[in-house]
Write a protein that binds this ligand. Structure first.
Ligand code: SF4
Length: 382
């Protein structure tokens, strides 16, 4: 059965709360799956199975054959955290309830809004929603997280009045990057937030309002052709630039937007290529050509025989067997086990300097020549 999605999903709420027409726009566009999305679905199914086994007093001891070491370890970490949470809730309130994969209906605040809580805890001390995030690209915080607050509203909607808890906890577990983030608010503040977003949600449900571009556009399905986003991406490159040479501040302004602009251009290229190939669209001034490919040997066994017949030894034409990459080995064994057994032989050589935004978590490099002295200070006060 195809999965049913809410028009106003909790996971896209950071987007439709900022850009109200985006939800209806996205609903009309096809879903694209990715290797990462499929991996996430598989990890959630495994985590659910392991948690249910635990709740039934059993244990899923053996790693299924189709699961790699990293997924086994990550879901194990998640289940361990859930068990700690269950024990904590039961000691605060012995009749605390645990539900896995609980449907959370937040439609009193958001039209037709619902989602799924990976694990929820309900007691008269507090209610808590726990969300597993298998991705490791972006560290996600539970603080002021609209997805978690909508889930919390859904949980309150089902159990809040029954149990009378006054506190709400929201927890995100991102085991592959050791991120455990918990936020706590009062039921009163949660309900006040719910009331504050009601008119915005109504607007979004009707597809009304002006488009508004920003960081929230990153995963919008309509990003390739959205004029508002194109204007937003390009405004720094077009506006207020010096007529001849860029100033230091211009350079910084443009470079800080480079990552976002590159991703937007990639989305635009993929969209245009897809239309040309699948819908026969001819873009004026452009054509579809075969990509550049490298030559390859179609029959490696035949190549070996020929090279041997030509008098070359295997040492001449075969590569030595190589170890897989660290990422592949971590996937194979799981990060923890890999770190434990390999810790003495893993080194991190210094890489070449890279210019990044101050928000990057890496420490700045100590450079011999201080580049900051060369910056035109007069412009910093503009
Ligand atoms: S890409 Fe366009 S429609 Fe999508 S969120 Fe951004 S501004 Fe809104």
């Amino acid at each position: 059965m195809p999965e049913i999605h809410a028009i106003l999903s909790a996971s896209a709420s950071h987007r439709w709360l900022e850009c109200t027409p985006s939800a209806r726009l996205e609903a009309d566009l096809p879903d694209k799956t990715s290797e990462y999305a499929e991996e996430g679905t598989k990890a959630h199914a495994l985590a659910e199975k392991r948690l249910n086994k635990y709740l039934a007093g059993k244990n899923l001891k053996t790693k299924p054959k189709d699961v790699d070491g990293e997924m086994w370890e990550a879901t194990g970490q998640y289940v361990d955290i859930c068990i700690e949470k269950i024990n904590e809730a039961k000691s605060a309130s012995p009749d605390a309830e645990v539900h896995v994969e609980e449907r959370l209906d937040f439609s009193p605040w958001v039209p037709e809004g619902f989602g799924t809580g990976d694990m929820v805890l309900v007691s008269d001390a507090y209610i808590e929603v726990i969300d597993l995030k298998y991705g490791k690209g972006v560290k996600v915080s539970a603080e002021n997280n609209s997805q978690m607050m909508l889930y919390a509203l859904g949980l309150y909607n089902s159990y809040g009045l029954l149990y009378g808890a006054e506190k709400v906890r929201m927890t995100i577990v991102q085991p592959r990057i050791d991120n455990l983030s918990t936020a706590e608010i009062s039921v009163k503040d949660l309900l006040a937030w719910g009331e504050s977003i009601k008119p915005v949600a109504q607007k979004a449900f009707k597809g009304e309002g002006e488009r508004c571009a920003g960081e929230h556009c990153k995963f919008c399905k309509g990003k390739a052709t959205c004029r508002k986003l194109a204007e937003w991406e390009l405004e720094k490159v077009q506006e207020d630039l010096e007529p001849d040479d860029l100033t230091d501040i211009d350079v910084v302004d443009i470079l800080l937007r480079a990552d976002s602009i590159k991703k937007w251009l990639t989305a635009l290229e993929e969209y245009a290529l897809d239309k040309a190939i699948n819908d026969g669209i001819e873009w004026p001034g452009m054509k579809v050509v075969e990509g550049r490919s490298n030559r390859k040997i179609s029959d490696p066994d035949a190549a070996r025989s020929i090279l041997a017949q030509e008098g070359y030894s295997e040492d001449d034409f075969l590569k030595p067997r190589e170890l897989k990459t660290i990422t592949d080995l971590e996937k194979l064994m799981g990060k923890k086990q890999f770190a434990q057994v390999m810790k003495d032989i893993i080194v991190k050589p210094q890489d070449k300097p890279t210019l990044v935004a101050n928000s990057d978590k890496r420490e700045p490099m100590k450079l011999e020549t201080a580049g900051a002295d060369d910056l035109d200070d007069s412009l910093l006060n503009d």
